[in-house]
Ligand binder design. Structure first.
Ligand SMILES: Nc1nc2c(ncn2[C@@H]2O[C@H](COP(=O)(O)OP(=O)(O)OP(=O)(O)O)[C@@H](O)[C@H]2O)c(=O)[nH]1
Length: 358
């Protein structure tokens, strides 16, 4: 029988703003089910009609009313960017005070592609850790859209602290080839939603590990383009199986062994097993290199639907942090200080287990 955790760490609430840009970003923010109703939801678009339909989102911003008159960016990122610059005062008001700004946008169109770098720069100027979750287009959208998407990804990667890429095309590998476009998009949105909520829920649910926002900030700050792994499982060893799935996730573009910074989120129900969590964490240590910045959050959800389920989200970057660069003689003055997990970071129950007391 597994023991379960009984003590939680209180942590200072952090101010999180989630902003969806353009059609794709708006779709995601409208459908995402977060477990924290304190997260401020914002959608912004050049398309007035699209915004009018997003009635459940408290803050809706029409980008560039002078430039586009609410008629969209017509697939042109330069128009999307100019419209966003025009609306910077409104955006600054909506994003001010945020510790963490999460941007969601589809690359390939005009608004999301043009707006994402501008919003990322603004959010960082306002002092927030800025994460962007972006989609890349389907192959059938090739040509102009792909080129626009690649350029957009490069621009947003320069401005945001960390960029998580979900390739719509890659999603097709997981679904029936006869599937419809709308089903494929729904599947893609489910993956994006899992990744976004893995970060946001981890930072807002009761925590079992002494994870604080400054550690997350240190690990993801200026991390560049990242690798994403997600896994979900139920049952008595759910954390281990969810971790295995996340570590082997087909979405992981890149080699986890080359990762220099990893953020790992483990979220389970109130009966999350301690030994199970410990062994899941051991699995990460077996895969990644020794000298990395690793920040691990373990949180529990009060939702009945989460009782037996464990969700794991991994966000990994190959970019070394400042401290690692210094030790390897390749200082990168833009990068931040690091947090390497040590036994001091483990909650008491895991330390006891490590000593064989559980
Ligand atoms: N996963 C996912 N991808 C989407 C969705 N909607 C659009 N996309 C992708 O995002 C890209 C950009 O589409 P939109 O977000 O609609 O475009 P936009 O940013 O509003 O740009 P304009 O319409 O030109 O103003 C598309 O090429 C698709 O690949 C969605 O709901 N889910």
């Amino acid at each position: 029988m597994q023991s379960t955790a009984s003590s939680f760490h209180a942590r200072a609430p952090i101010n999180i703003k989630l902003i969806g840009l353009g059609g794709c970003g708006g779709n995601l923010v409208s459908t995402l089910k977060l477990q924290n109703d304190q997260v401020d939801l914002v959608v912004a678009n050049t398309d007035l009609q699209d915004l009018a339909g997003r009635t459940t989102i408290p803050t809706r911003i029409l980008l560039g009313p002078q430039q586009t008159a609410g008629k969209g960016a017509g697939g042109r990122p330069d128009v999307g960017a100019a419209a966003t610059v025009e609306s910077e005062p409104m955006l600054a008001k909506a994003l001010s005070g945020a510790d963490l700004v999460v941007i969601v946008a589809g690359m390939g169109g005009g608004t999301g592609t043009g707006a994402a770098p501008v919003v990322a720069r603004l959010a960082r100027q306002l002092g927030a850790l800025t994460l962007a979750f972006v989609t890349m287009p389907f192959q059938v959208e090739k040509g102009q859209r792909s080129r626009i998407a690649e350029q957009g990804l490069a621009s947003v990667s320069k401005e945001a602290d960390a960029v998580v890429v979900v390739s719509n095309q890659k999603i097709l590998n997981f679904v029936d080839p006869r599937t419809t476009l709308s089903v494929a998009l729904t599947y893609s949105n489910t993956i994006l939603a899992a990744a976004i909520s893995g970060v946001i829920d981890q930072l807002s649910l009761p925590s079992l590990m002494q994870l604080d926002f400054s550690h997350v900030r240190q690990t993801l700050s200026q991390a560049g383009q990242t690798m994403l792994g997600i896994g979900s499982a139920t049952g008595s060893d759910a954390a281990q199986r969810a971790m295995q799935l996340a570590l082997k996730c087909d979405l992981l573009e890149g080699n986890l062994q080359k990762a220099r910074r990893v953020f790992a989120s483990i979220i389970g129900g109130s009966n999350l097993g301690l030994i199970d969590v410990h062994q899941a964490i051991e699995q990460i240590h077996r895969v990644v290199a020794n000298e990395i910045d690793l920040v691990i959050g373990v949180a529990t959800s009060p939702l009945a639907s989460h009782r037996d389920r464990v969700r794991v989200t991994l966000i990994a970057s190959e970019v070394a942090s400042f401290r690692q660069s210094l030790s390897s003689g390749q200082a990168n003055p833009k990068a931040s200080v690091t947090h390497t997990i040590s036994s001091n970071d483990l909650p008491p129950f895991l330390k006891l287990h490590r000593r064989g007391c559980l």
